[in-house]
Design a protein around this ligand. Structure first.
Ligand code: BG6
Ligand code: MG
Length: 214
């Protein structure tokens, strides 16, 4: 194991509520029912697929142009909310753990479905904390397809067998396994049987990396 690839939303930062508020505003404007339970199904899923899930509650069909407009509307409100993020939105545990992994010689990358990944990393002051960023802007298929993690491994110059993925979404664990990588489940995915390791707190990665702390 030489590299860690981190999902962003739900692992490094918590943007679920922002996604929820932005989609809720769009859904309300269309008279579509939307709640937190439906929002949970959007975890790890691309923007376009998220819209399709929300439209399951819509009576009728929409043109591709209208769908593009709704996605843009959602993304604009989402980015307004992201602008409120600051370095204080990353816990000390996350920041310290990333630092210790790097000091121990591990390469670190982001593997996120989001097209806003770099914007978020910039807001929270973590752009320099990673050696590579693979995100929604460099993939054509989203998780559970392995593409985002395969690309992250390539950007780092690592073999899949040298990479371990840290994920909070079931679709993300499936994507990591499909890429031939080890997978750590955290948060929602800490209960997923397919994860090779299951952790409750971010610092537990240090033990997985063989770094011993006192
Ligand atoms: C993932 C989130 O990280 O990014 C999903 O878990 C989201 O909920 C997806 O839909 C795409 O994000 P964005 O920022 O490109 O709309
Ligand atoms: Mg996630």
């Amino acid at each position: 194991m030489k590299a860690f690839i981190f999902d962003l939303d739900g692992v490094i930062v918590f943007t679920d509520q922002f996604h929820y508020q932005a989609w809720k505003k769009m859904a309300d404007s269309m008279g579509i029912y939307f709640d937190e339970t439906i929002n949970n199904r959007l975890r790890g899923v691309s923007r376009a697929e998220s819209l399709e899930i929300i439209l399951e509650r819509y009576d009728g069909t929409l043109s591709d142009a209208k769908k593009a407009e709704l996605m843009e509307e959602k993304n604009n409100s989402y980015r307004e909310l992201l602008k409120t993020m600051t370095p204080a939105d990353v816990t000390d545990a996350v920041r310290d753990t990333l630092k210790k992994l790097r000091e121990a010689g591990y390469k670190l990358a982001i593997g996120s479905s989001s097209k806003n990944a770099k914007f978020i990393l910039e807001r929270v002051g973590l752009l320099d904390a990673f050696d590579a960023v693979s995100d929604g802007t460099n993939i054509s298929r989203s998780k559970p397809d392995p593409e985002v993690f395969v690309k992250a491994g390539e950007f780092l110059g690592m073999e899949a067998s040298e990479c371990v993925v840290v994920e909070d979404a079931y679709a993300g664990i499936d994507a990591a396994k499909a890429a031939g990588m080890e997978a750590v489940g955290i948060g929602d995915a800490s209960g997923y049987a397919k994860a090779d390791y299951k952790i409750r707190s971010f610092e537990e990665l240090l033990a997985i990396a063989g770094i011993h702390t006192r």
